[in-house]
Design a protein around this ligand. Sequence first.
Ligand code: FAD
Length: 405
Amino acid sequence: MTGYLSTIAATSLFTGAQTRHDEGMERFGFGFTEEETLVARAARDFAARRLAPGAAERDRTGRFPTEEIAELGALGLLAMKVSHDDGGAGASNVGYVLAMEAIAEACASTAVILASSNLASKILADHATPAQRAKWLAPYARGEVGPASFALTEPLGGSDAAAIRTRARLEGGEWVLDGEKCWITSGAHAAFHVVFARTDGDGKEGMSCFVVERGAKGLTVGKEEDKMGQRSSGTAALAFEGCRIPEGNLVGPRGGGYGVALSALGAGRVGIAALSIGIAEAALSAAVAYAKERRAFGRAVADFQNTQFVLADSRTELDAAWLLTLRAARLLDAGERAASESSMAKLFASEACGRVVDRAVQIHGGFGYSRELAVERHYRDARVTRIYEGTNEIQRIVIARQLLA
Ligand SMILES: Cc1cc2nc3c(=O)[nH]c(=O)nc-3n(C[C@H](O)[C@H](O)[C@H](O)COP(=O)(O)OP(=O)(O)OC[C@H]3O[C@@H](n4cnc5c(N)ncnc54)[C@H](O)[C@@H]3O)c2cc1C
C-alpha cells in the first residue's frame, strides 16, 4: 500500500460505531440491559481485534474465516439467541442486532456467516425436540463444531419459497432427500444444514424441515461462488442425490416447514438490517476521515458544503435505520411477530446502506475506486443486503400486505 493510501486506511479503520456507542446510543431512548451491552461489547472487541485486521485479505482471497468463526463460537456468538439452558448466549434481539452491527462494521462476510448460523440455531432452539437439541444444538452452541447453514433457496425457488422442489420421502425408517439448494451461506463449511424439503405435495403445507449433517451420504457441496462482495462467506450449492438421513432428523412437525422457516426469518431480517448499518457505518467513518484529510482548491474536502450535506444525509439516514431496527428488535423481544416492522427495518437499512456507501466512494474521489481502500469493499459488500433474506421487493410486499389488510 502506498504512503498516502496507508494514511487514509489507518485513519478510517473501524472507528464510527465505536464513537457512536461511546457517545451513547441511549440518546435514542432505548435503555439497553446489562446483557445487551455486554454482548455488544464482546462483539465489538472481537471485531476490532480479530476481524478488522484480516478483512481486506479475506476479501481478496475469499478465505472462509474458519478460525475466527471457531473463536466466535467459543464466545457463544453463533448461538446468540439460544437460551442458556441450551448452551447459548441467551441474548435478546436487541443484543443480537448490536452485536451484528459491530461484526459487520469490521467484516461483512463474517457477519453474514453469523446471521445464517444464528438463524439455523434459533430454529433448532424453537422447534427441535430435547433429544435433537442435546445432539446438535449443545455442541454447536459451545462452539465445538463450527457454523451451521440455513438452506431454503433453490435454483427455481428463491423469493417464492413455497415453490421449492427438493423432496424428502420416508423409506425403511430413513428420509431420502433429492434436490438442489443454491446460494447457501457457509454451505461448504457448515457442521450441519437446516434444510427445507417437500414431504407432502405442493404448496406451503407440504414443506418440512430437516437437519442434514456434514458428510451425509448423498450430499454433495458445490464449489464456492465467486461473488461481488461478502466474498469470504463460503456461499455454495448443495446437491442431494438419494441423501439418506435418520427419520429423527425431521425438525418440527411434518408439513410444518414453511411456518418454521417464516418464524425465524422475521428476526433474521432485523439482523440483516443491523448488518447493513454496520457496513454503512464503516463507510461513513472512512468518508468523514478522508474528507477531513484530503484537500482540494486549498481547503479540506470537508469544508465544501456539498460534502457536509452528503455526510449529514448519511448520518440522518443511518440513525433512522437504527430506530427502525431497534423498534423491530424490541417488538420481537416483547413476543410480537413484528413481520411488517422487521421488513421495514431491513428494507430501509439496506437501501440507506446502498446510498451511504455510494456517497462514501464519491467523497474519496479516485481513491474510492481503489481496491487498496476499505471503502471499495464496503461498496461491494453492501449490494447484496438488498437481495438476501428476502429481496427488498418481498419486504415491500410484506409491508403492503399488512397495510392493506
Ligand atoms: C450472497 C448470498 C447469500 C445467500 N445466502 C442464503 C442462505 O444462506 N440460505 C438461503 O436459503 N438463501 C440464501 N441466499 C438466497 C437469497 O435469499 C435469494 O437469492 C433471494 O431470496 C432471492 O431469490 P432469487 O435469487 O431466486 O431471486 P428471484 O426470486 O428469482 O427474484 C428475481 C427478481 O424478481 C423479484 N421478484 C420476485 N418475486 C416478486 C414479486 N412477487 N413481486 C415483485 N418482485 C418480485 C425479486 O425481488 C428480484 O428482484 C443468498 C443469496 C446471496 C446472493
